[in-house]
Design a protein around this ligand. Structure first.
Ligand code: IVH
Length: 663
């Protein structure tokens, strides 16, 4: 065996031992022997730099110190899952899905790992890239860190597709966190609070050697790609196991939602015996054609959902109820608590949601209350220990006037919350609007923070967001705490924000229900504020992913004179009101057509074909109905679909005919 052959042999041998130890949990060699082989390989690689391999087992020990992570766009968006909390919610989910299809289907149930989601790309059997979720559209490239996680294969075995993505969860086993904490305590350092945050923090470390020392692990649960081995999720995962991935064995297929519920209930008890934390169960439709047919909402797939276990609870004393006014005038009652430890953090405040919630639970100041921390960041009060209640305690009288400006509060029918209607001059509302406008995801104005905003409002220098653009240095310099340098920074930040793209300006306006995603959709579709301005409800709801609630809110916003004036003033100050989002429309050959894509194709992937449909003015729809224009049909189209198309007289168009249509 020459050195090249020996290097290849050792790489394969060490990768196999890694797989046995970290994936199969059945060590095939002693640690001592392993280290000996690794040292030998390292020596040979040092001697033969031309044989370098970025995915050699020697690369798992880390060593590089990165400056920052590159942001990379996801090929397929990384979405989250809708949550359910009860059997009733799950029955609703089941009913919803059965309305979307006539076909029978199976559910796959998996554990919901409480860690950090990761998307791994493999090309020709080698790990190419690892991205975090980020904002779902783009994430951080953490490939170097991920390579140090021993249960993630760097090279695959068997018969894998040329290119695919596999997604999963990086987590820290409970014992791993305990070991790390023992060391930290010995060193006089504060122990880490919980496994999930520590896993997430570990992945963000820039020193890969440090990451290699963290006992991170990874389960994979979702495959994406054009040439997956099968059109069912369960079988694909079993194949991925053969390629070397750590695939959970706690996974089951069921045909009824009652069986799903039995799986959930059994894990609600057993979960405390697992060596890692889970916070629920994920339920997915097994058939991938059906998944694609059902598609996604703006945030999550329709074909999957998570069931969240009841969160951890503690009891403590509710000292005082105070009230917060948000930027829309919404009032939120807040419980000020005697500090208490909950799921690894100290909790002092909790949300009480609204007046109904306080009345329903009969929550009173001085009560001993139960506090819970679910998936959301802010904990909530979920009940009262009535037997501990003080004899003289009085029911909570909900406020009727704004705690800030004393305007009478209003509550519209159907709204859960009380509102302060004084949008024009209620201080926290004005401040909230400014804070939203300047926030990172909106105009990202550097050099301007909450305190300065308050000061500028107090001094009467700003009352509408458009006033920011009229500020001059001589206005701000005389203010307390604003020195020459901060005044310059402030004005530079404001000036720079004029370049912020239209979709973020639109988000910054703070139109109710127009969050980041919706603002992007509107900007892309309507292109300019003027077209959006004249759109009626019908035009708005015709846009994919825009529903009645959003449409009504947009129309209401642009019907108010003060908003019209505001936009005019901002336009005058040269903010961006025309979308720079690339226009991808190539032709109108498919204009007005509703097209169902089904089956497997020769030249293009299904995702590419769907993109082409949109580029040529058509609309992708999930299931066949009377209004379908045609079905773009590939090989292996489901028989029930074929039947349906035939019975409704919907034409089937093959790939070549389709390509001819759009050329
Ligand atoms: S599937 C499009 N399966 O939960 C569906 N997610 O709340 C992709 N998670 O972002 C997700 N265990 O980080 C899936 N067995 C599992 C999961 C799982 C944990 C996480 C994942 C996801 C989040 C959604």
């Amino acid at each position: 065996m020459n050195e090249k052959e020996r290097i290849e042999f050792l790489r394969k041998e060490l990768a196999d031992h890694n797989h046995s130890y970290y994936v199969l949990d059945t060590p095939s060699i002693s640690d001592f022997e392993f280290d000996k082989l690794l040292t030998e390989l390292q020596g040979l690689e040092n001697k033969n730099p031309d044989l370098f391999d970025a995915n050699s087992p020697t690369q798992r020990v880390g060593g590089n110190v990165l400056e920052a992570f590159k942001t990379v766009k996801h090929k397929y968006r990384m979405l989250s899952l809708g949550n359910t909390y009860s059997a009733e919610d799950l029955h609703d989910f089941d009913t919803r899905l059965r309305k979307l299809t006539d076909d029978d289907f199976d559910y796959v149930c998996e554990l919901k790992y409480d860690g950090v989601s990761i998307s791994l790309t493999y090309e020709n059997g080698e790990l190419k890239q690892a991205l975090t979720r980020g904002d779902g559209t783009q994430g951080d490239d953490v490939t170097e860190n991920v390579k140090t996680i021993k249960s993630i294969p760097l090279k695959l075995k068997g018969n894998y597709p040329d290119r695919f993505e596999i997604r999963g969860e990086i987590f820290l086993p409970i014992a791993g966190l305990e070991n790390m904490n023992e060391v930290r305590i010995e060193q006089g350092l504060e122990p880490y609070a919980n496994p999930r945050n520590t896993a997430s923090g570990s992945l963000k470390l820039l020193d890969t050697k440090e990451v290699a020392n963290r006992p991170l692990d990874c389960y994979l649960y979702y495959l994406l790609g054009d040439n997956l081995p099968s059109n069912n999720h369960y079988n694909n995962l079993q194949k991925a196991k053969e390629w070397g991935f750590k695939i959970p064995s706690e996974i089951e297929k069921y045909s009824t939602i009652d069986d799903v519920l039995r799986f959930i209930n059994s894990w609600d008890e057993k979960r405390h015996d697992l060596p890692y934390e889970i916070d629920g169960i994920v339920i997915k439709i097994n058939n991938i054609d059906l998944q694609e047919e059902m598609g996604f909402t703006a945030k999550s797939p329709r074909w999957a959902i998570s069931y969240k276990f009841k969160a951890e609870q503690v009891s403590t004393t509710l000292n005082e109820i105070t009230y917060q006014v948000g930027r829309t005038g919404a009032i939120t009652p807040v419980a000020n608590l005697a500090p208490v430890q909950l799921a690894g953090t100290t909790v002092k405040r909790a949300s009480l949601h609204n007046a109904d919630q306080i009345a329903k639970l009969d929550i009173r100041e001085g009560d001993k209350v139960f506090v819970e921390k679910g998936g959301e960041i802010i904990p909530k009060v979920v009940g009262v220990e009535l037997k501990d209640r003080d004899l003289f305690s009085q029911p909570t009288a909900y406020i009727s006037k704004c705690p800030s400006c004393t305007t009478d509060l209003v509550r519209k029918e159907g709204d859960a919350k009380h509102y302060c209607p004084n949008n024009e001059s209620c201080p926290p509302q004005i401040k909230g609007k400014f804070e939203h406008f300047i926030s990172r995801k909106a105009m990202n104005i550097d050099g301007l923070g909450g305190e300065t905003i308050e000061l500028l409002i107090q001094e009467g220098l700003i009352s509408e967001i458009s006033d920011l653009y009229l500020l001059k240095k001589e206005d701000v310099l005389p203010l307390d705490r604003i020195a020459e340098k901060s005044a310059d920074n402030l004005l530079l930040g404001i000036e720079a924000s004029k370049k912020i793209p239209f979709e973020r300006v639109l988000f910054g306006l703070g139109i109710r229900y127009v969050g980041e995603t919706v603002a992007k959709i509107l900007a892309k579709h309507f292109k300019t504020i003027d077209t959006l301005f004249t759109a009626d409800i019908e035009t708005l709801v015709a846009v994919d992913e825009i529903g009645d609630k959003i449409a009504e809110s947009v129309v209401l916003y642009f019907s108010k004179q003060k908003n019209i004036d505001l936009v005019a003033a901002l336009k005058n100050s040269e903010l961006q009101f025309v979308s720079a989002i690339e226009d991808t429309i190539k032709s109108e050959h498919l204009k007005g057509m509703k097209i169902v894509v089904s089956g497997v194709f020769e030249k293009y992937s299904r995702a590419d074909l769907k993109k082409m449909i949109e580029e040529h003015g058509g609309k992708n729809v999930g299931s066949i109905s009377k209004s379908t224009t045609f079905v773009l049909a590939g090989e292996n189209m489901g028989p029930s679909k074929k039947e349906k198309a035939e019975s409704l007289g919907i034409p089937l168009v093959n790939e070549n005919k389709f390509l001819a249509k759009i050329s």
